[in-house]
Design a protein around this ligand. Sequence first.
Ligand code: PEP
Ligand code: MG
Length: 591
Amino acid sequence: MRSNSGVMRVFKGLPASHGQVAGTVYVFRKKWREQVPEYDISAVLISSEIERLQEAFTLTRHQIHSLSAELCKRVSGSESATFEGHVMILDDPVVIDKCQNKIKEQLCNAEWAVHSVVSEYAAIFESMEDEYLRERVNDIYDIGSRLIRNLLGVSDMAASLVTKPCIIVAEELSPSETISLPRHLIMGFATDRGSLTSHASLISRALGIPAVVGIGNLSEIAANGDYLLVDGTSGTVILHPDQNAIDELNKAAEINKTFNISLEELKNKLGQTKDNVRVPLIANIDSGTTISDLEAVGAEGVGLYRSEYLWLALNREPTEDEQTEAYTRAVRALEPDQEITIRVLDLGGDKIIANSKKPGEANPFLGNRSIRYLLRNPDVFKRQLRAVLRSSVHGKLQIMYPMITVLEELRETNQILAECMDELRREGRGFNENIKQGVMVEVPGAALIADSLAVESDFFSIGTNDLIQYTLAVDRLNESVARLYQPAHPAVLQLIDMTIKAGHAHNSKITVCGEMASDPVMAVLLYGMGVDEFSMTPNMIPLVKKVFSCIIRDDALQLAAEVRGMYAQEASTLYQYCKEKLLRLVPNVPL
Ligand code: PEP
Ligand code: MG
């Protein structure tokens, strides 16, 4: 029964997955922690209790493997590796040993033993400074909850209660909860916590389910059966909406639907403006992206291959041969005239290998990340450079260096690349002697010395995700400072402007590969500022292509000239100005 008797309340959160949906609420509560039975057992029952525990571990392992296989079928890319943390916890002999010891020493039931061990692990992870590790606490609770349910012989209670189409409202969703919910009945997600990079956000995006996260306290206010609107594009959630709000949402959803159908016809066309000036639109990918993902959106090449996902998927360094195979597969998947840019290992920050020997850092985003890590570990760097070079004979492959901040880093890198080339020559292995090398400009310092960097490289790729984070001192993962993460901030735009000018003065091509490229408003402005090529999340290519096909080059040039005269204004004013101008040029496109 739809209940819409309450007062309309509008909530703002983070737009985690595009699209609009209206429906009834199902509040998904995590109650397992309060429901764990605790009782004493007699010493004679220890072995049978341990046997029960072992069976629960085996069953849980099977369940996780089949959930993981299911996820791999439905999504590609890094999201399909979501359950690797779960498998690691389950396979860690220390975890089961600890549970068994609790049973033996405290003479407690298996459920309570699991509960105690999980709580101990969770407390350790919750107090960790590293954001990524802290987020792993959800995997730990998720495993604990599943083990206890299996010991109790109950199914996934909450998931099995979802029997009709609904919008899931939760404090936070774990990856296994998200994926185990019946997909055909889930219309949307709205969660109190979570950032755009939390697991539930990644999965909902990959599955195409509208989602808003980081809302605050919706799960305490909403009740089962309440009527809710979720706009995953604007990040708005409306509880007990009035007819006006429902009409508005329906209108937005209808426009989106018709519009998405209209994008299909552009699929096989190249990116260009209305006056036929080429604007190459290429894709950001990782080792899990398939050629059909790229064909489905009409990507014209790959501007960013995030090689670190090979490390993250294997949880170790891939061998030189494994890397060569992966890069070769990627380059061969493209047409012979399409370029692919392999970015060397960008490990560190939030991207870490679970069992890495890397010492913990107080500020990992400012620490031994990316090229800094590679230059301190030249053997790792060499293995990767050799693999990239070996793969370069198979197509138009270029190489790109992340986080370059000082000139010495580029020089040392060039030196190591030259050594790798010498080695390969001596070994008689083929590679492209003229391979192009690019610098990612994602640190303000790099933008400021772009002139010198351009002399010793072939192209620039502006990583706006990090450039914004480092310029504005805003953690890109932290929902509580998301308001300050402003792509149109005049400081960011001026750094981009400087990079373009310096690059072009040395005939270097300028690509933007951060998320700014996938926002059509920003992409048009950047194009007007001189960016040559845009690399983005594959599923945003059709929209950006459509927008460029509706404007002429001079429109973008004029917009950029106007914005250059507005650098004394607030970022929101600049953004709004660009958006309004673009809406006048492309009135039928939802921006
Ligand atoms: C960026 O920083 O904009 C970028 C593309 O790199 P990543 O998001 O992988 O850090
Ligand atoms: Mg980056």
